[in-house]
Design a protein around this ligand. Sequence first.
Ligand SMILES: Nc1ncnc2c1ncn2[C@@H]1O[C@H](COP(=O)(O)OP(=O)(O)OP(=O)(O)O)[C@@H](O)[C@H]1O
Length: 303
Amino acid sequence: MAGRAGEGNHAFLRVKFLKNNGEINNYYRCLDVLGEGAYGKTHEVEHVSNGRRYAMKVQRFERVAPGAVVTPWNDPYGDVKRIYKEMVILNVILPRHRNIIELKDLLMSVDTVYIVLELCASKCLSHFYPIAQNRSGRRIFKQIVEATHFIHQHGVLHMDLHSENILFADDTMTESKIIDFGLAVYKPALAVKVHANFKHREWFNIDDLSCLHEDLSVPQEDIRALGHILHCILAGTDVYPGEFEQPGAIGEAEGEGVTPDYMPRMHIFDRKAKDLLELIGPEYFRRGALPTIDKVLTHPWLA
Ligand SMILES: Nc1ncnc2c1ncn2[C@@H]1O[C@H](COP(=O)(O)OP(=O)(O)OP(=O)(O)O)[C@@H](O)[C@H]1O
């Protein structure tokens, strides 16, 4: 992943290759564990020479035996491809955006990738929901919709937008950052903008971009996730879909309703926010099919 300084609005980062995993200590000092995901840990680290602090996502992958065969049931290169895709999306496909986590450094050993990111506060959307007011809720939701729109314009679908994957730059919770592109999908056909003359054929094997998982991924999945986030903002709490009982027609006729804690707080929010919930929210609130992201962006609550 060579750097091409001067192109686009950021220069691509050159990957630093490490002879062994211990060599990472020459660059970064581990301070704390920030979180642990399905594929590895994310640490707070300090740059050895300049003392700046970052988040470092450490992803180990199985080394693939020479001659390993890909079958319809098993792809021994699956982990490598997933990590590679996250690196290409953050480093090459997406230009910088203030509400998308910024990649700072990339290092790689024979079995581990170190993705160094700007450091956020240990506050995610779940911390914001209880304090959200109409103005702050609108501002944060608009940031997330704009960043999602930007991602889609570059042909990327995030596919994992939820409370824990949207962090805040600092404790004031005024600037949100979308993180974790581990499940993101790149669909060249959806791209209406191309950063720095990105040519997908130079970076991806076309078969890897058209496997079943990629084909089933559609922009509506991110819009549905935005609808869920909006519901949480209006309710003032994380809404767990399993607990969010949507009464059937009979139940509703008999007076059953949504758990009161999960109802939009209309004493706090503008009627326009509820209108947007009726456009993109969970089926219980929604009036019709999910709109496009452009339609969401121009909704009167966000305009
Ligand atoms: N830039 C960051 N600043 C601060 N904390 C972060 C940052 N990036 C990640 N974290 C913390 O580390 C956790 C795991 O990060 P991330 O979701 O990117 O990793 P993952 O291995 O893909 O996780 P998962 O399997 O849950 O998707 C996050 O939920 C968050 O708490």
